[in-house]
Design a protein around this ligand. Structure first.
Ligand code: E4P
Length: 221
């Protein structure tokens, strides 16, 4: 399963890239709005940091306007993936983007039925929002399970990008269920590293090593 960051924050993207574990980035209008840069400039800078797919969302009510935005976004860098919302207009525009050779990510997906539509138009990614399903009192991982099952039964090529992940258990369960990619906030990615027994083990190894060096030095003295 590929690991994506769900952020537009440049220093976090740079840090995750340096860790060697970053496969791509997803942004959305809310995340971009926090960064204080013009959107094309922001996307260009993210694409300079990571060679992986960078999702940039179109924000327009109509098909022609979405297409115009998509053409501008894909002109920024080769690794831009156009995010389109799951709506009649988004799907219509997305189908035309695919015909024009663009990679698209169908976002705001909350049912397997919607995910079938994303696969039928040849989307590269489909993004089910697990955390928001949980927030509404339903079963986000259950949604992911349904979607992966339907895609496997149909042999669809569209990659399932588990989104709106809130904690490491979401990430592990997404991997177990068979998501192709998981996108998460920086804080969640950082938490993947941590285990208290690792910290205790490292402290003990370091203390034992220092005691050993001191004993050798005393023996020589
Ligand atoms: C995915 O591409 C979305 O940007 C994202 O995962 C939304 O997550 P949220 O529910 O935490 O806003």
């Amino acid at each position: 399963m590929k690991l994506f960051l769900d952020t537009a924050h440049l220093s976090d993207i740079r840090t995750a890239h340096e860790w060697g574990i970053l496969d791509g980035v997803t942004t959305n209008p809310s995340l971009a709005a926090r960064e204080g840069l013009e959107f094309p400039e922001l996307i260009a800078r993210i694409c300079e940091i990571t060679p992986g797919p960078v999702s940039a969302e179109v924000v327009a009510p109509e098909v022609e306007e979405m297409l115009a935005q998509a053409r501008d976004l894909t002109a920024i860098a080769d690794n831009v993936v156009v995010k389109v919302p799951m709506s009649k207009e988004g799907v219509t525009a997305g189908a035309r983007m695919v015909d024009e050779g663009m990679s698209i990510n169908v976002t705001l997906v909350f049912s397997a039925a919607q995910a079938i539509l994303a696969a039928r138009i040849g989307a590269t990614f489909v993004s089910p929002f697990l955390g928001r399903v949980d927030d509404a009192g339903n079963d986000g991982l259950g949604l992911l399970h349904d979607l992966v099952e339907v895609y496997a039964a149909q042999g669809y090529d569209t990659q399932v990008l588990a989104a709106s992940l809130r904690h490491p258990v979401h990430v592990v369960e997404a991997a177990r269920i068979g998501a192709d990619c998981a996108t998460m906030p920086f804080a969640v990615m950082e938490r993947l590293f941590h285990h208290p027994l690792t910290d205790i083990g490292m402290a003990r190894f370091n203390a034992d090593w220092e005691a050993y060096q001191r004993a050798l030095a005393a023996g020589r003295g």
